[in-house]
Write a protein that binds this ligand. Structure first.
Ligand code: NI
Ligand code: MN
Length: 228
């Protein structure tokens, strides 16, 4: 499958004839390597309601007809706006035409700003374990490290993990390194860093920590593609 990093926490995955998009924060992200209007996808997965994750999801879903997969509150919100949605919650999994999605916990917030005043309640934040072409891929969303990561990996041995490393809002380098000890993925891609000064991160230091733990770190530039 073909995996493209679209900066921040946004990942585009092509598997067979399906195209998945995770956390499409494109408009307003100076590091985004594409325009929201140029992205094609069939499914959009949202880890939580923060604007740097929901991003352009509604516009892309409206244009492409993509189904939004997210927690019940986010799914209900966008469903009420006329979009196709599939709501889930922690511990639940569903077999979609492209593969399996399991929603897992994340420790974070999830309020959504539609630009009109107070944040809208969008339920609890999440991560996803995707089973695609027989391999498990974990997108942690925004979170701190938590000991239950060990359980996630025990139930779903991981080929690849996307982990936030930018600190302040999420794990920083030390926590992400602890996460690797618990998750033991074959490969890790750091995300959620360098978008703003507040989350600048030393990716070389993270890659060195990963190497020490026998995890291959793929530090992807925005727009870069890897095949797994
Ligand atoms: Ni967030
Ligand atoms: Mn975020």
């Amino acid at each position: 499958m073909k995996i493209t990093y679209l900066a921040h926490s946004c990942i585009h995955i092509e598997t067979g004839k399906h195209k998945l998009l995770i956390d499409p924060f494109i408009s307003g992200n100076a590091l985004a390597p594409v325009k929201a209007n140029d992205i094609d996808c069939n499914y959009i997965l949202l880890t939580h309601g923060h604007d740097d994750h929901v991003g352009d999801a509604a516009d892309i879903a409206r244009r492409t007809g993509a189904t939004i997969i997210a927690n019940y509150e986010i799914a209900t919100y966008f469903g009420a706006h006329g979009l196709a949605t599939h709501g889930m919650y922690h511990g639940g999994k569903w077999d979609f035409p492209f593969g399996r999605v399991k929603m897992v916990i994340a420790h974070h917030g999830s309020g959504y700003s539609d630009g009109n005043g107070p944040l809208i309640y969008m339920g609890n934040p999440a991560g996803f374990v995707l089973t695609l072409e027989g391999r498990n891929i974990y997108h942690a969303g925004d979170t701190c490290v938590f000991l239950d990561m060990e359980l996630i990996a025990r139930m779903n041995p991981l080929e690849l993990a996307f982990l936030p490393i930018g600190d302040n809002f999420t794990m920083g380098l030390e926590e992400a390194t602890e996460a690797l000890r618990l998750l033991r993925p074959k490969k890790v891609v750091p995300v959620h860093y360098d978008t703003w000064d507040l989350i600048k991160a030393d990716t070389a230091a993270f890659a060195a920590s990963a190497a020490y733990l026998n995890v291959e770190a793929a530090v992807m530039k925005p727009g870069q593609v890897i095949e797994i």
